[in-house]
Design a protein around this ligand. Structure first.
Ligand SMILES: [Zn+2]
Length: 81
């Protein structure tokens, strides 16, 4: 069974959870061993999970939300007809 990158991306979260059937897990693992793109995606997905699974709350700098919304408004105006 040979799978391409797109298949691996579909499997990646189950792969991390260890929720894949053995046969697919082995196939995904083989693909990851030789595919730099997919192993990079696996690494960053793992990092995101570690960050978001953490209970720590990230404090945003004062005024961040205001600045963000101003920026979004500006961008929207730029693209508005
Ligand atoms: Zn790949």
């Amino acid at each position: 069974m040979v799978i391409d990158c797109k298949h691996v991306w579909n499997y990646i979260s189950d792969f991390i959870d260890g929720a894949l059937p053995e046969e697919i897990r082995v196939t995904v693992q083989k693909h990851l061993d030789h595919c730099e793109i997919c192993s990079a995606i696996l690494d960053s997905t793992r990092n995101i999970i570690i960050l978001t699974a953490d209970d720590r709350v990230f404090e945003l700098p004062v005024g961040f939300s205001e600045r963000l919304h101003k920026r979004i408004d500006l961008e929207l105006m730029r693209f508005a007809p």
